[in-house]
Every structure is written in structure tokens, then in C-alpha cells.
Design a protein around this ligand. Structure first.
Ligand SMILES: Nc1nc2c(c(=O)[nH]1)N[C@H]1C(S)=C(S)[C@@H](COP(=O)(O)O)O[C@H]1N2
Ligand SMILES: [Mo]
Length: 546
């Protein structure tokens, strides 16, 4: 027995710098044996991770209750994106696509739990030592929250509540661990078993509760909330004019992108990790900068204006040849030129820097917004509904003919009339062009299965050159070009469906598409990557005909 007990105090537990003197306490007191060693450390790590998870859960729940922008992990993620070198951000976007943000959040989450585990080990060695790590993590979270675009006093609550509860949990767990560890493996110590039980009970209960709270916190912060409720009650005003969609706009071919993209299928690009959630009553837009008259408009004033409905195709500059970062919708809004006319831009201004609630900015040529022939909208409706929250609710910009990164600011709050020489949008310093006119593009959607039986095969897709329009689409079969049939459109601002009936002979065939715009310009076949201002090249697929 004594041998066993003594053995437990062997090499791994040799006193070293920082060893608490209590370890040599007289035997009349509760044994105060080894609180170091691999097993002890492992338990302490677990305690730390559980306490950390509990803290994160409390922070999330507090964020849900007090201020969504106060959720520390997404806030840290946003700051990381801001601070990362452009090359790395672009690489993440390219390799992970829209999974880049969940990936980043998962990495931060695991890193935080690992640090909390370390805090557990430190706390076991020396009371309050783990608190330093917990405090540092909370401080980082707090700084991230406070430097965010949506910082507020309430937004400090989550990080502080998380720190408080997390550290209390850590103290409680480590305290139970301390009471048990010295008695571990001492067979005739009657207090060993109860101490073990108490510790394990605390660990299991706090562990389970933390997991439940964390899942609930995540679910609540991402689930429907007051803004979704309010949104579902918004009644959109009737437009004073609309683009009726001709029946011939839809070729009705299975697997072909529909002329109008349903909201739930519409692609999404956000720099923000959490989309802003704004009530209509909290929204207003101000036109500032080089104007004779600053203009502010709120939701009531905007919805009282004569609104128009316009069908326009939105395209992302990051769309690869053949990619899906493009969609077409009916937008309900107020022409931006009317608002800008009220503000009266001064001479020399050539750009409008639009700023979102989340801090995103876009640089749009002033002339594209004041052009009487171009329906640049301050939009509130998408396909007959209020804008979905992810697509900019309550108000966004839509400018036909420009890539989204330089025109389509969601949750827009400010339009600063300025110059390209003085100001730049979010993506410009990250290596993307200051101006982003759409390039002529076309895509093959059908046949989706790249192997088909011989005979007549329908080849179909979409082609676009917003604000110029598509005049011709050709399908290349092994290098021989054939003109495709074109569907109707509401106007030059949308994509256009096309189809070609191909008499497919057995073998492997290269099928390509190329469009010609309404100015007679043929889409370029020179391959270019998305950066800095849009991918080019003809979409080409290999079809096996059997
Ligand atoms: N606030 C905000 N607006 C934004 C963006 C963004 O990241 N934040 N992305 C832009 C880009 S790059 C594109 S392509 C379009 C995409 O709009 P969607 O997400 O509604 O499809 O929104 C633009 N507006
Ligand atoms: Mo984009």
C-alpha cells in the first residue's frame, strides 16, 4: 500500500519550481498528493475545454438575447478576415468557396477550446493561472466585437458573460479535480471514491449542459428572430411600372437554369460572417460627400416613393467560366438617379462609395447611377417578396451591367459621392479592379449528365451581357459552330436562355458555347481567371455519346 502510494509520487511528480508547498502537508490533513502527471493533466484539459465550451455557449446565448454582433467567435473571424493578407483571403475563397466561413469559424472554435484546455492544466497547477488565458481569450473576443462595424454597448455583454461563467465553471471543476486527484489509487482512503464520484458527476453534468447550451446558442443566433418576423409582415407597395416577363423567356428545359432564379437558389456572397439584422425602423440611408444637399431617406419615405419593378441579372466577379455565381431576379425599388438628383452631386465627382451596415463598401461609377437609361435601383423587393435577410433586407443596391462587388451593396446605409482618386471599395486593395463592368458570358447547363445516348440531344444554357444584351449564341461541336435558338428576355439587363438540337453521333465530343452581344462583339476565348475583373473563356464540356 504505502509502496503504491509512494510510487505515485515518483519522477513525474518530483517537486519543481512552482510546486505548491501544500503537497508536503502532514498526513492528518486530507492527502494532497500528485496534481501533476499525464492523467491529471488530461482531466484538467477536459475541465478546461468543458468550461470553455460553457463560456462560448453563454456568450452565444447572451448575444442572441442582447446583441447579435456581440458573439465573440464570429467577431474574431471577421477581424481575422480583415487582417489576413489579401492573397490568403482570395485563396480561401477559391479553394473553399462559400464554405470558407464555416471552415474559419470551426478552426477558431477548436483553437479556443484547445487554449481553454491549456487553461485547465494551468489552473490545476496554480489557482487563477487558467484565468489569465480565459481573460485573454475574452479580451480578444471583446476587442474583435468592439472594432466591428456593428459595435454597441450591449455587444460587450456576451464576451464578459462568457468569461464570467466559463471561468466559474473552470474553478468549480478544477476544485473537484483537486479534491479527488491526491486520493486517486489510494485503496484504503474512504474519501477517494466519493471524491471521484463528485468530480465525475460535475464533469459529466457541466459537459452535457455546455454541449446543450452551445448547440442551443448556435441554433438561436442563426435561427429566425424578431427581424425575420418583422420581415414576414412587411407589405411591399405596388410598383408604378414593371417588366412583364414574356412567356417565351422560359424554354422549359429540365436542368436549364430558370429565367427567374428563385430566392432560395440565388447565390450569395458576403464578407460578413454574420449578416446584419436590421429592422425597417432602424434603417435609413444618407447621401453624403460631394453633393449640394445631403439627403437622408428612411423606410417610410422610401416606400412612399413611386417604386418600379425591374428584372436584372446579378453576377459575381468571382464566377468561374461555367460557374453558378449568377442569378436573375425581379427587383422592386426606387431609381437611384432620382435620389442622387435630389442630392445634386458637385462637379468633379465620378464615384459613389456605398457603405453597408456591416462595413462592406463598393465603388460604383457615378455615371452608372445617374444614367437615365440604366435602372440602378435602391431595392427593397426580390421576386415579389421583401429582400431575404441574406440578400440585403431591408434595402440594397442593384445596378445592371456591373459585377456585384462594385455595385450591389446589401444592407446599404450610406452613399458617399466622391472620386476614384480619393476613395476605394472593399475589394480594391485586395487586388480587384476599382471598376467592374460585366464581361460577355455564356454557360452550358444541359445535358447535365455528360454521357448521353446517340440521336437528338438538346444542348441548352444561358448567356449574358447585362445592359448590352445578347444577340447571338453559338454552340461549337468539335470546333464547328452552329447558331442556337434564343429565348425572349425582358430587356438587355438579364441573361438569356438558349438551346440547340444536336444530332449526336457516338464518340467523345467537345461541346462549347460562345455568345455575341447586342453591339456585335463576340465573347473572348482568351482564358482569364476571376481576379482582377472577371473570368473569360468559352465554357467547354466533353460529352460522351454512346
Ligand atoms: N454588404 C455587402 N454587400 C455585398 C457583398 C458583401 O459582401 N457585403 N458582396 C457583393 C458581391 S461580391 C456580390 S457578387 C453581390 C451578391 O449579392 P447576393 O449575395 O444577393 O447574391 O453582393 C454584393 N454586395
Ligand atoms: Mo461578387
Amino acid at each position: 500500500m504505502t509502496q503504491l502510494a509512494a510510487g505515485r509520487g515518483g519522477a513525474a511528480d518530483a517537486p519543481g519550481p512552482g510546486t505548491p508547498p501544500s503537497r508536503t502537508a502532514p498526513p492528518t490533513h486530507p492527502p494532497t498528493g500528485p496534481t501533476t502527471g499525464a492523467v491529471a493533466r488530461r482531466w484538467a484539459w477536459l475541465c478546461g475545454a468543458i468550461a470553455g465550451l460553457g463560456g462560448i455557449a453563454v456568450a452565444d446565448l447572451a448575444a442572441w438575447f442582447f446583441a447579435p454582433a456581440g458573439s465573440p467567435i464570429p467577431a474574431v473571424g471577421s477581424r481575422i478576415i480583415d487582417l489576413l493578407p489579401a492573397a490568403l483571403v482570395n485563396w480561401g475563397k477559391e479553394t473553399l468557396g462559400t464554405a470558407d466561413k464555416p471552415f474559419l469559424l470551426a478552426v477558431i472554435f477548436v483553437a479556443v477550446l484547445a487554449l481553454c484546455g491549456l487553461a485547465g492544466a494551468l489552473e490545476l497547477r496554480r489557482p487563477y493561472a487558467g484565468g489569465v488565458i480565459f481573460g485573454a481569450l475574452a479580451l480578444i473576443g471583446l476587442l474583435a466585437v468592439l472594432t466591428g462595424a456593428q459595435a454597441s454597448v450591449a455587444a460587450i455583454v456576451p464576451a464578459i458573460a462568457g468569461l464570467g461563467i466559463g471561468y466559474l465553471l473552470l474553478r468549480a471543476l478544477i476544485e473537484r479535480l483537486r479534491r479527488w486527484l491526491p486520493r486517486r489509487g489510494i485503496p484504503d482512503d474512504e474519501a477517494a471514491l466519493p471524491a471521484r464520484r463528485t468530480f465525475l458527476a460535475w464533469t459529466v453534468v457541466t459537459g452535457v449542459l455546455s454541449v446543450i447550451a452551445a448547440v442551443a446558442g448556435r441554433a438561436l443566433t442563426t435561427a429566425a428572430n424578431a427581424v425575420d418576423d418583422a420581415r414576414s409582415k412587411v407589405r411591399l407597395p405596388k410598383p408604378v411600372s414593371a417588366d412583364p416577363v414574356p412567356a417565351g423567356a422560359e424554354l422549359g428545359i429540365a436542368d436549364l437554369a430558370t429565367y427567374i432564379t428563385p430566392n432560395e437558389d440565388f447565390y450569395r456572397i458576403d464578407t460578413a460572417l454574420q449578416v446584419p439584422r436590421l429592422e425597417t425602423t432602424e434603417w435609413s440611408l444618407t447621401i453624403t460627400g460631394m453633393v449640394e444637399q445631403e439627403v437622408t431617406i428612411d423606410w417610410a419615405a422610401l416606400t412612399a416613393k413611386p417604386l418600379v419593378e425591374h428584372v436584372a441579372t446579378l453576377t459575381c466577379v468571382s464566377n468561374e467560366v461555367g460557374g453558378g455565381l449568377i442569378g436573375n431576379a425581379t427587383w422592386l425599388g426606387y431609381p437611384l438617379r432620382e435620389l442622387l438628383a435630389q442630392a445634386r452631386p458637385t462637379n468633379g465627382a465620378d464615384m459613389v462609395l456605398s457603405t453597408s451596415e456591416d462595413g462592406f463598401t463598393a465603388s460604383t461609377p457615378l455615371e452608372a447611377l445617374t444614367d437615365p437609361d440604366r435602372m440602378a435601383l435602391l431595392a427593397i423587393g426580390m421576386n415579389g417578396e421583401p429582400l431575404p435577410v441574406e440578400h440585403g433586407y431591408p434595402v440594397r443596391m442593384v445596378v445592371p451591367g456591373l459585377y456585384g462587388y462594385v455595385s450591389a451593396t446589401k444592407w446599404v446605409r450610406e452613399l458617399k459621392v466622391t472620386t476614384f482618386a480619393k476613395d476605394h471599395g472593399y475589394w480594391t486593395p485586395l487586388g480587384w479592379s476599382a471598376k467592374g463592368p460585366i464581361k460577355t458570358g455564356s454557360r452550358i447547363d444541359v445535358p447535365r449528365k455528360r454521357s448521353v445516348p446517340a440521336g437528338q440531344v438538346v444542348v441548352a444554357g444561358v448567356a449574358w451581357d447585362q445592359h448590352t444584351g445578347i444577340a447571338k449564341v453559338e454552340v461549337g461541336i468539335d470546333g464547328a459552330w452552329h447558331e442556337a435558338d434564343l429565348a425572349e428576355v425582358t430587356g438587355p439587363d438579364t441573361w438569356r436562355q438558349w438551346m440547340f438540337r444536336w444530332d449526336a453521333t457516338p464518340g467523345s465530343h467537345q461541346v462549347a458555347v460562345r455568345a455575341t452581344n447586342a453591339d456585335g462583339e463576340l465573347q473572348t476565348d482568351a482564358p482569364a481567371p476571376p481576379a482582377p475583373n472577371g473570368a473569360t473563356g468559352w465554357h467547354t464540356v466533353t460529352i460522351e455519346v454512346g
